[in-house]
Design a binder for this molecule. Structure first.
Ligand SMILES: [Zn+2]
Length: 265
């Protein structure tokens, strides 16, 4: 439509998530009229990301130093780990102010159709954390907070099975009530907060005393999930994605067999 660099800029903006053609055009023309200094700040911010981002050596979120501010905060409870897909999910859970533990960022969710298997995620790092002490404390509970969509549920099922051999370790999942197919980051604080405090236990930790210092003790609302047999990476088969919306509390095994393209508005 336009010529040369302006159209290139519009095209590049248009590839960004959530930016439609009109917004891309508006952003491009905004920059054309912006002060050179503010364009320069944008340019150097982009360059800094291209040059390399530091990730926290403990949890894997983006960080300004070797450890992120959460992992280096002595007031956080190192016996509680909340497993999320992306760094932006940490921000969503932090906004609830319900969680005082640490996090583990997987870097996505299992999605075999798009080539994302266990090796593409930071699952080995999570297992390493389970086996080690951190600041002299062992992990007592893992809260799986992957997105409430098909890939997130498949990831949850996979992790729950991996963690089952640790009977002392309680593994829980965010309660249903979050809309199926949604992204964690779009959940409001109240919904996410109650999903966190009402989380259900998937395995382990029946003899644990009620925990303090973290979030509320979850209800033992549902029995442990049935043993899914095949490798989770091979489990999901293409199927109808319809009918997922509005469902609450699907069984883990049932849900892990459902696969469709994750909902990205
Ligand atoms: Zn960290």
């Amino acid at each position: 439509m336009y010529e040369g660099p302006v159209q290139n800029l519009i095209d590049e903006f248009g590839k960004l998530p959530g930016v439609g053609p009109k917004s891309a055009q508006r952003l491009a023309f905004h920059l054309l009229q912006a002060e050179p200094e503010s364009v320069e700040r944008l340019r150097s911010a982009l360059q800094a990301v291209v040059d390399g981002v530091t990730y926290c050596e403990v949890c894997g979120t983006v960080a300004a130093a070797e450890r992120c501010r959460i992992c280096s905060d002595p007031r956080r409870d190192p016996t509680l780990i909340c497993v999320v897909e992306e760094p932006k999910d940490i921000e969503a859970i932090e906004r609830t102010r319900e969680f005082r533990g640490l996090y583990h960022v997987l870097g996505g969710a299992l999605d075999p159709i798009n080539g994302i298997g266990p090796n593409e995620l930071r699952i080995a790092g999570l297992m390493r954390r389970v086996g080690e002490e951190f600041e002299g404390e062992e992990i007592a509970e893992i809260i799986i907070a992957t997105d409430p969509n098909t890939t997130g549920e498949a990831t949850s099922t996979y992790l729950a099975r991996l963690l089952r051999p640790f009977p002392e370790l309680m593994v829980s999942r965010l309660a249903s009530g979050l809309p199926m197919g949604a992204d964690l980051e779009f959940a409001d604080e109240l919904t996410l907060g109650s999903a966190l405090s009402g989380r259900r236990i998937l395995s382990g930790g029946p003899s644990q005393p009620a925990r303090s210092g973290g979030v509320l003790r979850p209800e033992q609302a549902e029995p442990p999930i049935p043993q899914p047999s095949p490798e989770p990476a091979e489990q999901p088969v293409p199927g109808a994605g319809s009918g997922a919306a509005g469902r609450t509390g699907p069984s883990e095994a049932e849900e892990s067999r459902r696969v469709s393209v994750p909902h990205r508005p």
